[in-house]
Design a binder for this molecule. Sequence first.
Ligand SMILES: [Zn+2]
Length: 333
Amino acid sequence: MENKVNLQEIVKKLKSEFTEEQIALALGGALGDTSVDCRNKNVRFVYKHGIKQKAYCIFKANVMEDYVKTPPKKVKNGGYGTFNIGFSTVTNSKFNFIRDICVKQNPQTGQWEKNPNQNWMALMGLHAFSFYFMDDGSLNGKRVRFNSHAYTWAQNTVILNRLEELGFSGKIYTERKKDGRKFYFIELNTESSRNFLNKTRKYAHSDLIYKWDLPELKYINCAICGQRMVETQYHRQSKYPSCSKPSCKKRARKLAKRDYQRKPENRARRLKKRRERYYSNHEEVRRKKREYERKRRQDPEVRARINANRRARRKRKKAEKELLINMESGGEK
Ligand SMILES: [Zn+2]
């Protein structure tokens, strides 16, 4: 059961206590890399990054500076010989809203787990999502990907719903590992990705601006109706790129199929298959069929039915014939 929370009150309280950037980092970061320490009476945030993201980590510390006592420190990453850089905020009752809306305690292990839900998502804006993108996002070609592998399908759906509310459309994809585990991630479509990046570029940290570097957008025309449209991966792969109109899609599919069948090798393959099917155990099939019919006719009930059908058929043919003769003679007159 989710706790019942009054969102408007929380928003009001947050706005009076934090800056807009702090709220975005708290909410978007919690969805991403930030660990939320809920063990004590009051909540604190713990941030940890690879040494390559030092500047980004310091930037985060600056955002939270009112609540940070010790600046980011280098710590050895156990056993790997690499270094991490991290810091944590002080525990503060002001952060407890995170415990109310963003996490839930696992009843078995007692651990606090992140739990993306509608209340949390309702507070997430573009700024918050840009922090999430910097933490766990990447560009897959021209598409924005949120590596939401940590969350379940239902939680991913909630996140995607919020993105759709903000005006972007995308899909949840499944990634299957060799050991059978399933993970999910979210990808926005080509146009939405561009929109998202344009709208969030102002929030990007300079070290992570490469995530905003999209290749140039190409335009092509629909092969059927000629309408100008943004080229997507689907268009590049298909021979007859079509717009989203069903008639265009249908026609494009038909043309592609025709081309496929026109190729001599495909034609030969198709004919060969058809021939094989036709001649495969032909005699055997015929023999079996004859046998079956013979056995069936031995049943008097079936026999009567067959005879009745034959009579009906003869009658129908006769009637048709008469009708035809009448029509012909009627035409002459
Ligand atoms: Zn079209």
